[in-house]
Design a protein around this ligand. Structure first.
Ligand code: SF4
Length: 472
């Protein structure tokens, strides 16, 4: 009789940032009060609001093939379960964490456990992954993973699985949560309504990985999923799409149909929502409590330089006010260090934040992610600070490492101005003020701001150390 094949899907934590707010410069464990405090804050950040399950692996784990059993290992919370009865271990590889993924894959393969690698890094840089895996899954794996599992059962695994196009998301693909340990996460109610983005921002790889046309799931499938998810977890829903309002008429129909479910939800949207009153009303009535909006830059020169033109800077402030007036809190995400930015930009950001009363003003340093247009351009211009031929050198952190030289600002002056800006924006007093003033989700706004006060402190310290050690 054939034995059930055991498959483990693995999600890795990033080196720092929200998965584990720690310094990049490891200090020996002394058990000091400061270390114990930092450890407690790290655990709190992870558990109380940031940790959400890895949706891509939930989707793969929902694929059922008779004779194959799948489990999830979320290494943000648990050690890898070293046993020798795994028939296949699938690791999701993001460029920022690729080195860790390769280390684990190599170790498993030395023990004779077959490894499948997939995820964004494999799709963009398959050659750098090949020597670490028995098989590679290129691109969106929704359809291919079923073939992998069938081949595993039949004993006929191949070295590469590659689809001709993107999966058809309009087909029903119910997502199951059976692999998750509910209490680890802020919520398990993650919903994706579609993939792809018609825009072309050069610092982003969504359009490279998921295509330029929007592929949407059937509204009835999503409504059914919300109803099903509610049965075992009544916490907040998170719509994970990069722009949940990318197709306004689709979004309006979806959220109107969700009104009777009386859920609360967070999501990500473009600020054009503030100019779409009917859609905004549907968002508010369906329980939208907070949205992340990508403002990126208030400098017209930077918006043009990076092709972020879909919502004009002049309209942003009014749109933000409209959204907040509808009772939705806003996390506004800025990028500092874009090509049009100067040392005057922080003052413009501060001004904008105070005018619009953004509830969480997230300041990101430009990240030239390998595989994006901006990475290629900075490489040509000789502005990258790590070896451009080694994409794994560009690790993900919470703004703790400069990866490039800004165009118009010397590196040390940039770090100093970023440090001043984040210090001015984040403090316990600012956090309390923003929490009280938020139109909704006041506790979440308060905690986000408090955690960011801690995380930006970490970021400033590590940047200072990097500049001192590499360029001092
Ligand atoms: S930043 Fe947002 S709008 Fe721009 S390409 Fe990426 S997903 Fe699309």
């Amino acid at each position: 009789m054939n034995q059930t094949k055991k498959v483990l899907l693995v999600f890795l934590p990033s080196e720092s940032g929200v998965d584990g707010a720690r310094s990049l410069y490891d200090e020996p464990e002394t058990g000091s009060i400061r270390q114990r405090f930092n450890h407690s804050v790290r655990t709190l950040i992870k558990q109380s609001q940031f940790a959400i399950p890895p949706l891509a692996l939930m989707i793969l784990g929902s694929i059922e093939v008779p004779g194959v059993e799948q489990q999830l290992c979320d290494m943000r919370f648990e050690e890898f379960p070293y046993r020798n009865d795994w028939d296949l271990v699938g690791i999701s590889v993001q460029t920022g964490m690729a080195r860790k993924a390769f280390e684990l894959a190599d170790k498993l393969r030395r023990q004779g456990i077959p490894v499948a690698l997939g995820g964004a890094h494999v799709s963009l840089f398959p050659d750098s992954c090949r020597s670490h895996a028995d098989l590679l899954v290129h691109g969106e794996a929704d359809d291919m993973w079923k073939t992998v599992l069938e081949d595993l059962r039949a004993g006929s695994l191949k070295t590469d699985y590659r689809a001709d196009g993107f999966p058809d998301l309009s087909l029903p693909r119910p997502v199951s949560k059976h692999m998750l340990q509910r209490n680890r996460y802020f919520t398990t109610n993650l919903i994706q309504t579609g993939r792809g983005c018609p825009y072309n921002c050069d610092f982003c790889n969504v359009h490279v990985l998921n295509g330029r046309s929007l592929r949407r799931r059937a509204i009835s499938d999503i409504v059914a999923e919300v109803g099903r998810f509610l049965q075992d977890d009544r916490r907040i829903f998170f719509f994970v799409d990069d722009s949940v309002n990318a197709d306004p008429s689709y979004a309006e129909e979806l959220f109107r149909r969700l009104i009777p479910y009386r859920i609360s939800w967070f999501g990500q949207a473009t600020t054009t929502l503030g100019q779409q009153p009917r859609l905004l009303e549907a968002f508010a009535k369906s329980g939208c409590r907070a949205l992340l909006v990508g403002i990126e830059s208030v400098e017209p020169a930077s918006r043009n330089a990076h092709r972020k033109n879909q919502n004009k800077a002049a309209e942003l402030a009014a749109a933000i006010r409209n959204i907040r007036n509808a009772g939705i809190s806003l996390y506004g995400s800025f990028i500092y260090g874009l090509d049009g930015d100067t040392l005057d930009t922080p003052a413009a950001i501060l001004d904008f934040v105070s005018q619009t009363k953004l509830d969480v003003p997230g300041i990101n340093i430009l990240r030239p992610t390998p595989g994006t247009g901006v990475f290629d351009r900075l490489r040509e211009e000789g502005r990258l600070l790590f070896d451009p031929d080694d994409p794994t050198a560009f690790r993900y952190t919470f703004g703790q490492e400069m990866l490039y030289r800004p165009k118009r600002i010397p590196l040390d002056a940039f770090v100093e101005s970023y440090s001043t800006l984040t210090r001015q924006l984040f403090s316990p007093a600012q956090s309390i003020r923003r929490g009280i003033g938020a139109p909704s989700a006041k506790t979440a706004v308060l905690f986000f701001n408090l955690f960011y006060t801690h995380l930006y402190g970490l970021s400033r310290n590590d940047l200072k150390k990097q500049i001192a050690s590499r360029f001092g």
